[in-house]
Design a protein around this ligand. Structure first.
Ligand code: NQM
Length: 350
C-alpha cells in the first residue's frame, strides 16, 4: 500500500485520558502545517474520527508534543494540544494534567533523559502555562515498566503509579479578583489552580449534580444556562471571548455522597467529563478551601490533612492540596509505539 509518509508516534493512556505523543522534532515546526497534520492524524473533523487515531470524544482527542528543555529548571518541555472532534480546531489554550502523567515515561522511552535505577523523576515545563510539574514513576532496572497495582477511578485494572507534583503556578487563584461573582443570574466562584474553572452549585441550575453525564448532556435548558455563564465568566476572568475556546471549564457542585469532600460534574466545556481533569480537580480543591466560595454549605472539608477527595461520575480523585503544594497520583500506559499515517490533505475529510 502506498501513501503519505508516516510519523513516529506513541499512543498512551495518561490518567483517564488518551492521546498521541510526539517528539517536537517529528512534527512540522510551522504551526499551521503542524495543526493540519494533527487533524489528519486524529481523523478530525468527524464525529466518529473514523479515519484517524481520535476516539470521538474530547478526552481521547488529545496530543502531547515533547522536547528536551533548555531551561535549567526543567528536563523536558510538554506542549498540550486539544484536537477538535467535530471542528477542525487545534488549541493550546489549556493544560492537561492527565496526559501529563505519560510525559515522563514517554521522555525516557524516547531517550530524552536517562532513567534512574528504581525510579525516575522528570521535571516538566508545561509550555501552555509556563508552570512546572515533577512526575515520579518506577523504572526497575533502568527501564520504563507501566505495570503495577495502582488503581484510579475511571480506568479498568491497575498500572504503575505516577506521582505528579505541581509547583505553585504563576496565575491568580481568583482571576476575577472576587471570591464570588454573579454571572448571568447565577452565583459562582471563578478559580484557577492550573485550570480556569467556574464553580456552580448544581442546585442553582435545577439539577442535583448526581446525574449521569449523558443525561446532563441531553438537558438543553442546562446547556443554554451553562453557555451564558461561561461567556460571562470568561470575560470576568480576563479570558476574553471564550465562545470557541476550551476554557474555562464549568464544575457543578453537590454535597458528597461517598465520604469525599464534594460531588462534581464538569463540563469541558460542552461535553460532560466522565470523571474530572487533574488540574480541574486541583482547581476545584482550591476553590473548596477558599473562605466564602460557593462551595460553602455544599462541601465537607476534612478536619485534618491536605488530602481532598473529589467525587465524580466514575468514582473519585484524591488531590493533595495546600497553599504551596498540589499533588496527585495517576497511572499511564503505553498502548502502541510506531508510525502513524495521516489521511492525505484532501482525502476523505468532511
Ligand atoms: O484538568 C479534560 C482531562 C482533561 C484535562 C479537560 C485535565 C486537567 O481529563 O488537568 O486532565 O478538562 O479538558 O484530560
Amino acid at each position: 500500500m502506498t501513501g503519505p509518509e508516516g510519523i513516529r508516534c506513541m499512543l498512551m493512556r495518561g490518567g483517564t485520558s488518551k492521546g498521541a505523543y510526539f517528539l517536537a522534532d517529528d512534527l512540522p515546526a510551522e504551526r499551521a502545517a503542524r495543526d493540519d497534520l494533527l487533524l489528519r492524524i486524529m481523523g478530525s473533523p468527524d464525529p466518529r474520527q473514523i479515519d484517524g487515531l481520535g476516539g470521538a470524544h474530547p478526552l481521547t482527542s488529545k496530543v502531547a508534543v515533547v522536547s528536551a528543555s533548555a531551561d535549567p529548571e526543567a528536563d523536558v518541555n510538554y506542549l498540550f494540544l486539544q484536537v477538535g472532534v467535530e471542528k477542525p480546531e487545534v488549541s493550546g489554550r489549556q493544560n492537561c494534567g492527565n496526559l501529563l502523567a505519560g510525559i515522563g515515561p514517554f521522555a525516557v522511552e524516547r531517550g530524552l533523559l536517562a532513567p534512574g535505577d528504581g525510579e525516575t523523576s522528570v521535571r516538566i515545563r508545561m509550555v501552555n502555562s509556563g508552570d512546572l510539574a515533577t512526575a515520579t514513576f518506577p523504572t526497575p532496572g533502568g527501564h520504563v515498566d507501566c505495570t503495577g497495582d495502582t488503581e484510579i477511578s475511571g480506568v479498568p485494572g491497575s498500572a504503575a503509579t505516577v506521582v505528579v507534583e505541581f509547583s505553585p503556578g504563576k496565575g491568580e487563584l481568583l482571576p476575577t479578583g472576587h471570591v464570588r461573582d454573579t454571572v448571568a443570574g447565577s452565583e459562582v466562584t471563578c478559580v484557577d489552580n492550573g485550570m480556569p474553572t467556574v464553580l456552580i452549585p448544581a442546585e442553582s441550575l435545577r439539577v442535583t449534580g448526581y446525574e449521569d453525564p449523558k443525561d446532563l448532556e441531553a438537558n438543553r435548558e442546562l446547556a443554554e444556562r451553562l453557555r451564558e455563564i461561561r461567556l460571562g465568566a470568561g470575560e470576568l476572568m480576563g479570558l476574553g471571548d471564550v465562545s470557541s475556546t476550551t476554557v474555562p471549564k464549568l464544575t457543578l457542585l453537590a454535597p458528597p455522597r461517598h465520604g469525599g469532600a464534594v460531588t462534581t460534574r464538569t463540563f469541558i466545556p460542552v461535553r460532560c467529563h466522565t470523571s474530572i481533569g487533574v488540574l480541574g480537580a486541583a482547581s476545584v480543591a482550591a476553590g473548596l478551601r477558599i473562605e466564602g466560595s460557593v462551595a460553602h454549605g455544599i462541601a465537607a472539608l476534612p478536619e485534618q490533612g491536605d488530602r481532598l477527595r473529589i467525587e465524580h461520575p466514575s468514582g473519585f480523585t484524591d488531590i493533595e492540596s495546600s497553599i504551596d503544594r498540589t499533588a496527585v497520583v495517576r497511572t499511564a500506559r503505553k498502548i502502541f509505539d510506531g508510525t502513524v499515517f495521516p489521511a492525505p490533505p484532501t482525502g476523505g475529510r468532511a
